[in-house]
Design a binder for this molecule. Structure first.
Ligand SMILES: [Zn+2]
Length: 454
């Protein structure tokens, strides 16, 4: 089917804050050709080969997750409640010992499972960062998602890290291997699967690799003409380590190394000073806000100042939970509790961050992030005939949707014009068989890693 018409639904294009009741979205192949109320749409000329009835549903752009580690399928529920006060004990004691042991096909199956969580809840673009991305790439192709893959360049043994560890033995061999993998990934995967798969470069972060390694990553990204991602101002202890090592804060170090700019996404960015936020704003670097992830660790970035400064914010899930509906709600509510300012961010702002904010961050604002003629047909249908979204008052539908709909209300998902979810079920892969195989691999990894759990 190349020419598809979606009609009868509440179309939310996210170009501006508007809802088109009984709207029409048409696409031909992978490209949207019409979005509107249908009054100026020539049906005879379009000659739809398939018509999708979207009545009782919202039609929204596919969401963009700007930061995840799909390997996190193996740590679901293991890290979230590890005790400690505003620390990252769950990361060091549980997550890294399990995730670092996943290799080869383990990475493929984790990516299928967590990728499936994202696609089935309305995320169509997945930006993943981990090592050995060559094993993850085929999973995103098999899922039918739009994928952005970044080889994570580590420069130290993660088993030695902790919030109070102020020394890092840097391992240049590890960096060289990561850069080789990144070069190979670019050659084999950048622009593949009809352009659905692209690559970026991801130095793990100033707490995980040296300034020299970050510079090498910067230069490789520039030579490939791709963007760069970095974990920065992420965890307690990182700022202290970077201050001791370099005499400046992590974001200041990023600026000095020339990586703060419009082609860079900062992951997490929790521990930000006012001047760090100014660097973000003036450099036009993007922020991947892990709003439902970092509160599990007992902290949250000063988002009220980030929004005030005009920084482009998108949502990243990191790992464990990848349903961006949760991230939208936490993104609105936690700064509201911190400041008491109910007007700071509304439902539309959160949906815009989950779609256009992400598209801008990954450098694809001209292709994805909103429903507009000429853009890619990445389209999500959400069931509104639920008690949690009813009754419906059209002018406030976006707010209703963001506060009350759930990822599991997503019924149909198109990526690049291809339907990957139909009536709430995957069309591209076998959901149950995938879960079973990932469970089997998870149990093997837990059996090994649990021997060292504190
Ligand atoms: Zn991360």
């Amino acid at each position: 089917m190349t020419r598809v018409l979606i009609e009868g639904g509440y179309v939310i294009p996210v170009d501006t804050n508007r809802v088109i009741e009984k709207g029409v979205v048409a696409f031909d192949g992978s490209t949207i050709t019409y979005v509107g109320d249908g009054s100026d749409f020539d049906r005879a000329q379009f000659r739809a080969e398939r018509t999708v009835d979207a009545s009782g549903k919202a039609v929204i752009p596919g969401m963009v997750n700007t930061h995840t580690h799909l390997v996190g399928a193996y740590i679901k529920g293991l890290t979230e409640d590890v005790p400690g006060k505003a620390n990252s004990a769950g990361l060091y004691k549980r997550a890294l010992p399990v995730a670092s042991r996943a290799e080869g096909e383990d990475l493929y199956w984790a990516a299928l499972t967590h990728g499936m969580e994202m696609v089935m809840t309305g995320t169509t673009t997945i930006s993943n960062t981990w090592n050995d991305e060559k094993h993850t790439a085929p999973a995103l192709v098999d899922l039918g998602a739009r994928g952005i893959l970044s080889e994570m360049i580590w420069g130290t043994d993660t088993s030695k890290l902790g919030a109070t560890v102020m020394d890092r033995p840097w391992d240049t061999g590890m960096v060289a291997r990561g850069l080789d993998n990144a070069r190979e990934l670019f050659e084999n995967w950048h622009g593949k699967a009809d352009g659905r798969i692209t690559t970026r470069i991801s130095p793990a972060g100033p707490g995980y690799c040296s300034a020299d390694a970050i510079e090498q990553c910067r230069d490789l990204a520039a030579s490939q003409g791709v963007g760069l991602n970095i974990h920065i101002a992420e965890v307690p202890g990182e700022t202290e380590f970077v201050l001791k090592q370099y005499g400046m804060r992590p974001i200041e170090l990023g600026q000095k190394l020339g990586i703060m700019g419009p082609n860079t996404i900062g992951f997490h960015c929790v521990f930000l000073s006012d001047s760090d936020i100014e660097i973000f704003a003036s450099s036009q670097a993007h922020l991947s806000h892990t709003s439902f992830h970092v509160p599990k660790r007992g902290y949250f970035p000063p988002m009220e100042k980030v929004y005030e400064a005009g920084v482009n914010v998108s949502f990243g899930s990191d790992w464990c939970s990848n349903d961006l509906w949760k991230f939208m709600r936490f993104g609105i509510l936690i700064p509201r509790v911190k400041t008491g300012d109910v007007g700071m961010l509304n439902g539309y702002d959160a949906l815009r961050m989950a779609t256009m904010g992400g598209a801008r961050a990954v450098g694809m604002a001209d292709k994805i992030g909103s429903l507009e003629a000429g853009k890619k047909a990445d389209i999500v249908l959400v069931d509104l005939e639920t008690p949690w979204c009813n009754p419906i008052y059209t002018p406030n539908l976006i707010t209703n949707l963001v506060y009350n709909a759930n990822g599991s209300d997503v019924t149909d998902v198109f990526v690049d014009g291809v339907q990957v979810v139909k009536n709430g079920e995957m069309t591209t892969i076998d959901r149950k068989a995938t879960l079973k195989e990932t469970q089997r691999r998870a149990e093997r990894l837990w059996a090994i890693a649990s021997k060292t759990w504190g």
